[in-house]
Every structure is written in structure tokens, then in C-alpha cells.
Design a protein around this ligand. Structure first.
Ligand SMILES: [Zn+2]
Ligand SMILES: [Zn+2]
Length: 101
């Protein structure tokens, strides 16, 4: 984990270079991600909206990081998902490899 300060410009640069993993390794992201998980009680939001309980650990960017780096650290742009819902979300867009999570 690194303590580098996250800026939109930096993320744009990572996207240009084709590897956004340094962003996902920052302390700032880890803290924001954990805040989101706690707020949702570690439950997948989509499963919950369908009346199911499933543990969610993946914090997804509703507006994808690659397309909207300026929303990377915006709490409202985050959604807590289980692996399955996250897979479904990215399955057709084939962005999983680029976004990592
Ligand atoms: Zn789910
Ligand atoms: Zn995602």
C-alpha cells in the first residue's frame, strides 16, 4: 500500500499507461473502500435490493474509473457488490482486466 495522494491527473496518466493498479494500492482508496464496506454492512447492494443477502467485498465504480477518473474518489459513485454481481456488471463490457476490481 502506498500513501501517494490521489489526483485525477495521476489516474489519467495510469490509464494512459494501461495499468491502474497503483491507484488501487493507495491508502486513500483503501480507506474510502473500507468506509463504503462498513456503511453497507459488507452486504452486496444489488442482491439486497432483490431481497437476498450476500456478502459483498468488491467496491465498484458505477461510472467506470477508466471513463471517469474524476469520480474515482467520489463516495456516491461507489457500489458494494458480491463477486457475481460484479462479474455480471463487467461481463459484457470486458473492462474487468483494466479495472482490476
Ligand atoms: Zn450481489
Ligand atoms: Zn467494477
Amino acid at each position: 500500500m502506498t500513501s501517494r495522494h490521489v489526483t485525477t491527473e495521476w489516474i489519467r496518466e495510469l490509464i494512459r499507461c494501461g495499468d491502474t493498479s497503483p491507484f488501487y494500492n493507495t491508502r486513500e482508496w483503501h480507506e474510502l473502500r473500507e468506509r463504503k464496506r462498513k456503511a453497507e454492512h459488507y452486504e452486496c447492494e444489488r442482491c439486497r435490493s432483490k431481497g437476498r443477502y450476500r456478502r459483498g467485498m468488491v467496491v465498484h465504480h458505477k461510472k467506470y474509473l477508466r471513463l471517469h477518473p474524476e469520480l474515482a474518489m467520489v463516495y456516491e459513485n461507489l457500489e458494494l457488490l458480491c463477486d457475481e454481481c460484479h462479474y455480471d456488471e463487467h461481463h459484457h463490457t470486458e473492462q474487468l482486466n483494466e479495472e482490476k476490481w
